[in-house]
Design a protein around this ligand. Structure first.
Ligand SMILES: [Zn+2]
Ligand SMILES: [Zn+2]
Length: 291
């Protein structure tokens, strides 16, 4: 029998199954039932990951700091009086395993990983949407709807998310990596949640020292100077959504990034958005990991 014949015979005997994106083990796509994480089955991660890899995800499901979404009562936020960034929620705790996953994503840029990581962010988006509902005192009407918070907000002409944006990379880093991981995650959120995506931020200069090598104070100072509003995109956004935006007293923007460490980057981005906005802003963020 010729080669192709053997292959098609094998395909009949061994039904094709996709390998796990992370470890390449063949996937048995049985739906997941985890009573402690009831929303997990909706993400359908079993289409991309094997059981073992799903099990290794360190979900950040117990939020104790309502401001930055950490699973501890965090001293950083208790001492902060006011910041441009309103709240943050993250998908996973940044442990060794998750660091390896993110490293692989940043340096391989596999499209399947973009979609997987973007999907993993959706529960964090629901958490910030619920915070937004609470902020505007709409919890009762939302509860009656029995919808997920983001889907419910989408139909509100006065309170929903007006745009999703991403923390920009410097031109140099973008050239090295070939893609902006935060932008890709933001575009998955945009598609899933029907929130328009715009590049509302620009990077003004490239930091010579990597953030992970800087002290806290230096990091805050450095971040402040690195971001500004992307005026061209702001004009486009306001023009394309003029009717919706004219009904708003406040604009609600969601920023996406891969990791939240001290919050100085996201806060600097929120400040940059506030500097150029024609209306008061509520700026929240979601990040894939929280260190
Ligand atoms: Zn796996
Ligand atoms: Zn905190």
């Amino acid at each position: 029998m010729f080669n192709g014949g053997w292959r098609s015979l094998l395909n009949v005997l061994l039904p094709y199954s996709t390998p796990c994106i992370i470890c390449s083990t063949p996937i048995s796509a049985h739906p997941i039932n985890d009573n402690s994480l009831p929303w997990l089955s909706q993400l359908k991660l079993e289409k991309d990951l094997c059981r073992q890899c799903i099990h290794e995800i360190s979900w950040l499901d117990k939020v104790l700091c309502r401001r930055c979404g950490r699973s501890i009562r965090c001293p950083d936020c208790q001492h902060k009086l006011q910041s441009a960034l309103w709240v943050n929620r993250s998908a996973v705790r940044y442990n060794e395993q998750m660091k390896q996953w993110l490293h692989r994503y940043k340096f391989q840029g596999d499209e399947r990983l973009s979609i997987l990581f973007g999907k993993m962010l959706l529960p964090a988006v629901e958490q910030v949407s619920l915070q937004l509902i609470n902020r505007y005192g709409l919890e009762e009407s939302w509860r009656k709807s029995r919808k997920l918070p983001t889907a419910w907000l989408q139909h509100s002409t006065t309170y929903g998310w007006d745009a999703v944006t991403a923390v920009p990379l410097s031109v140099q880093r973008l050239q090295e990596r070939g893609f902006n991981q935060a932008e890709r995650l933001a575009s998955v959120i945009s598609t899933h949640c029907f929130i328009p995506y715009y590049n509302l931020l620009s990077r003004t200069h490239h930091s010579l020292v990597r953030h992970s090598h800087q002290g806290r104070q230096a990091r805050v100072m450095d971040s402040k100077e690195q971001y500004s509003g992307n005026i061209k995109q702001w004009h486009q956004w306001l023009n394309e959504n003029g009717t919706a935006i004219s009904k708003r007293e406040t604009l609600n923007i969601l920023i996406v990034d891969d990791v939240y460490t001290t919050g100085s980057t996201l806060n600097a981005c929120a400040e940059a958005l506030l500097r150029v906005s024609p209306l008061p802003l509520v700026v929240a963020s979601v990040t894939w990991a929280r260190s």
